[in-house]
Write a protein that binds this ligand. Structure first.
Ligand SMILES: Cc1cc2nc3c(=O)[nH]c(=O)nc-3n(C[C@H](O)[C@H](O)[C@H](O)COP(=O)(O)OP(=O)(O)OC[C@H]3O[C@@H](n4cnc5c(N)ncnc54)[C@H](O)[C@@H]3O)c2cc1C
Length: 489
């Protein structure tokens, strides 16, 4: 597992960037004292200060740099990547955060190509297991086997969501026909009116957890429709073949962030949590524990709930602050379990399990590309993540193994390695995969999500025009912010 303080073995460049800039760090930072807003003369001068070194921030900085602008990327964490992160299980480097890419995620696929990172298909041969509403079945293909009646109703429900999503403009969901009605209810309320069978409702709740890391009773239905619209429909969100879980990156998605940071070199400053942004008619002054920067513009890529922890002068408009108060991050814990071999394949199973009997799940086969080992990757999402985040790690591990053994047998109780990331407790991310607006948030406060506040521009996957919540969306948002801010310089 990477060391949070020093950066990881897999991020040598990020660490170099931090150390390089450490030389210029103020005495206040060394003594641990709170850095006060520095006078202009001692601040590092840039054209644009980018807050956050996730895919959005690194993309924006790279684009501005390539256009000849002077940038700094200020990252609170001791590593780059944000909601993507490298880990290690049974000697393999794995993604502890974002990992899959699917068709339509063209910006991420293009970045992978540019950076020389190969993709390979998610293993999906054999039978999936579905255990919903007391019916435990092994089935093949993308359509969950819920029984004839529920399968038909499930298809109908998906069709209705697709039809509504098609009417939702991704950048302005609050302008959709029926926006007020759709935003006045949770997904759970909508399901109560649109799905009659318990199995259909349970399946939908599990899918909402799996794609938004939140409970159906916590999220606005308009937010779900907008999320689906950004992905070109609900089906691409939940599918492996032809969907967002179709392919993986050889060596992990996190490495693309590391490679972008490598290109940016000392312009990426780690351990530089932005505490304050003050703006005036000429520019922005950005204060961090690692010193102060003066720029003409700032691009803030942290998700709204995290961006709200920064002190702004003058204070943000009420609309923006109200939005930040209504965009909680989903709750998620990601787990990798490694075995001597992928023994479930010998039973004709694909490794995919969706169950309402377990709290851990869904899980997928994640066996290494090279070598004979087997591994599974899975999640505690939404309520289960909330319930398990503060429990001892050993209890979580025991729970995961017990849940896996329920379907794969005793062999599941003897892994060779285990790794996890409790995103919900990560101090600088506080959750994932994405921010999940409750009812009323988008229609009342949505326009503040992207509207710049003076010289402060907002980016990050939450602001993307496509694939909101995904790495691809983060890249798109970074490209957009760089284009807009670049045009103002
Ligand atoms: C467990 C998990 C699984 C996922 N799976 C997938 C997947 O398979 N495929 C996919 O496409 N997406 C997936 N995602 C989502 C994807 O990882 C995110 O959408 C994407 O990485 C977001 O990038 P971003 O740059 O917008 O934000 P972030 O990555 O959150 O970057 C924001 C950065 O800002 C920093 N920051 C916050 N506050 C401050 C501050 N005050 N000062 C300085 N820096 C600050 C943070 O540390 C962070 O590095 C997953 C996410 C998680 C957590």
């Amino acid at each position: 597992m990477p060391d949070r303080k020093t950066g990881s073995d897999h991020e040598p460049v990020s660490r170099r960037a931090a150390l390089g800039l450490g030389v210029a760090v103020s005495a206040a930072a060394v003594s641990g004292a709170q850095a006060a807003p520095a006078p202009k003369s001692t601040a590092h001068e840039v054209d644009v200060a980018v807050v956050g070194a996730g895919f959005a921030g690194l993309t924006a900085a790279r684009a501005l740099r390539r256009a000849g602008r002077k940038v700094v990327v200020l990252e609170a964490d001791g590593r780059v990547g944000g909601r993507t992160k490298a880990g290690r299980v049974a000697g393999e480097v794995v993604d502890l955060g974002g990992q899959w890419v699917g068709p339509g995620q063209t910006r991420l696929l293009a970045l992978a190509k540019e950076l020389g990172v190969a993709i390979y298909p998610q293993y999906a041969d054999g039978k999936n297991i579905i255990d919903v509403d007391g019916r435990n079945v092994a089935y093949e293909g993308e359509v969950p086997a819920l029984g004839p009646e529920a399968t038909a109703e499930f298809a109908e429900v998906i069709g209705k969501i697709e039809a509504l999503a098609a009417q939702v403009p991704v950048l302005e969901p609050w302008t959709a026909p029926m926006a007020a009605e759709l935003d006045s209810q949770t997904i759970e309320t909508w399901l109560a009116a649109n799905a009659r069978l318990p199995a259909t409702r349970t399946m939908m709740r599990l899918l909402v957890r799996a794609v938004m890391s939140a409970e159906a009773g916590q999220v606005s239905f308009l937010a779900l429709a907008a999320y689906a619209a950004a992905a070109g429909g609900f089906s691409p969100l939940i599918s492996t073949r032809g969907g967002a879980q179709e392919t993986l990156f050889d060596g992990g998605a996190w490495q693309m962030a590391a490679k972008m940071a490598q290109e940016l070199g000392p312009a990426v400053v780690l351990n530089a949590q932005v505490r304050a942004i003050a703006q005036d008619a000429a520019g922005v002054s950005v204060t961090t524990a690692e010193g102060a920067w003066r720029g003409r513009y700032a691009i803030v890529t942290a998700p709204p709930a995290m961006a709200a922890r920064i002190d702004y002068t003058p204070a943000l408009p009420a609309q923006r602050d109200g939005l930040s108060q209504r965009m909680p991050l989903g709750c998620v814990i990601k787990v990798h379990v490694a075995y001597a071999r992928p023994f479930w394949r010998e039973q004709g199973l694909s490794g995919l399990v969706i169950s309402d009997r377990t709290e851990f799940g869904p899980w997928f086969d994640h066996s290494p590309l090279r070598g004979g080992g087997g591994s599974l990757v899975g999640f505690f999402d939404g309520g289960p993540a909330q319930r398990w985040a503060d429990r001892p790690a050993a209890e979580r591990r025991a729970k995961v193994l017990k849940d896996v053994a329920l379907y794969f047998g005793e062999a599941a109780l003897s892994p060779v390695d285990y790794a996890e990331e409790v995103w919900t407790r990560a101090p600088l991310q506080r959750g994932g995969y994405v921010s999940v607006p409750p009812p009323g948030a988008l229609t009342a406060f949505g326009p503040a999500l992207r509207t710049p506040v003076g010289r402060i521009h907002w980016a990050g996957t939450e602001t993307a025009e496509a694939w909101t919540g995904y790495i691809d969306g983060a890249i798109r948002s970074g490209e957009h912010a760089a284009q807009v801010v670049g045009g103002l310089l």
